[in-house]
Write a protein that binds this ligand. Structure first.
Ligand SMILES: C[S@@+](CC[C@H](N)C(=O)[O-])C[C@H]1O[C@@H](n2cnc3c(N)ncnc32)[C@H](O)[C@@H]1O
Length: 263
């Protein structure tokens, strides 16, 4: 991901296809936000708008913010298609201001380079007595395991960068959001594929940061090896039937669903 911005990497590849698979997590986060008609909600790192649209369907007054213009325009297109009046902001966490009853981030704030700044922005935007809901991949879950496999093929992260999956640890969030009260539970997003190799191809096709490095990895001649390593990981984590003629893959990627209630 070196030398590229959030905008350029998240805009690359078929990330919207991955976003479709993440909708159950957005629905769960919005249900956890306990909305009432007219509740104001900010979706941080809204991407193609999964949580923002789910909240607006329930009658909330919604703002979706994301630094990736391509994803934001897909979100706006989806909202227009459903006639949902959502305000869209082209902004990362540093640019966020306002007073919202609910601040939700589904696999969004965890990708901010400065975790404490992102947490402070979410706290700043949430009214006292409101609720912040964060969904973040856990360090022991499938997404982090896949990233460890991919790391062997990618440049090292910038010095001082914190792993996004730290947001998936309760103790880390307790420190970031101290002294505010946090409750958390783990949940999972299921992914089904016809085979482990197709799963690996889906993973690389939808990962913008990997697509950014693809020409270099291909030039090194390791693009195929990368797919085989990822396919092996899918096979290792496969929860589908182990019948010899069944190639189906089912994995569940664990995330931490946390609720912070600013006093
Ligand atoms: C895994 S996607 C999740 C998108 C959406 N919330 C969903 O559930 O499909 C991560 C999102 O975080 C956004 N993002 C990356 N860096 C960010 C930052 N510093 N502040 C806010 N959002 C960021 C990306 O643009 C991308 O849309």
């Amino acid at each position: 991901m070196s030398g590229t911005t959030a905008e350029s990497t998240w805009a690359l590849g078929d990330y919207p296809e991955m976003a479709r698979r993440l909708r159950p997590a957005a629905d769960t986060a919005v249900a956890t936000a306990a909305l009432e008609p007219g509740t104001t909600l900010l979706d941080v790192g809204c991407g193609t708008g999964n949580a923002a649209l789910a909240a607006a369907r329930l009658g909330a007054t919604v703002t979706g913010a994301d630094p990736t213009a391509r994803l934001l325009s897909l979100a706006a297109e989806r909202a227009r298609g459903e006639r949902l009046p959502i305000t869209w902001l082209h902004a990362d966490t540093t640019g966020l201001t306002g007073a919202f009853d609910r601040v939700v981030s589904v696999f969004g704030a965890m990708y901010a380079p400065d975790h404490r700044q992102a947490a402070d922005a979410m706290l700043r935007c949430c009214t006292p007595g409101g609720r912040i809901v964060s969904a973040a991949w856990t360090p022991d879950g499938f997404m982090a395991a896949a990233n460890r496999v991919l790391a062997a093929y990618l440049p090292p992260p910038p010095p001082g960068a914190r792993p996004p999956s730290e947001w998936g640890e309760l103790a880390y969030l307790q420190d970031l959001f101290a002294p505010h009260h946090i409750t958390a539970t783990t949940r999972g997003v299921p992914f089904h594929f016809p085979s482990a190799l197709e799963a690996a191809e889906f993973w690389t096709r939808t990962a913008g940061h990997l697509q950014a490095e693809r020409p270099r990895i291909e030039a090194q001649g390791t693009w195929t090896a990368l797919h085989h390593d990822l396919a092996a990981l899918f096979t290792e984590h496969n929860q589908a039937s182990s019948e010899p003629d069944d190639t189906t893959v089912l994995i569940t990627s664990e995330y931490l669903l946390a609720t912070i209630t600013p006093a």
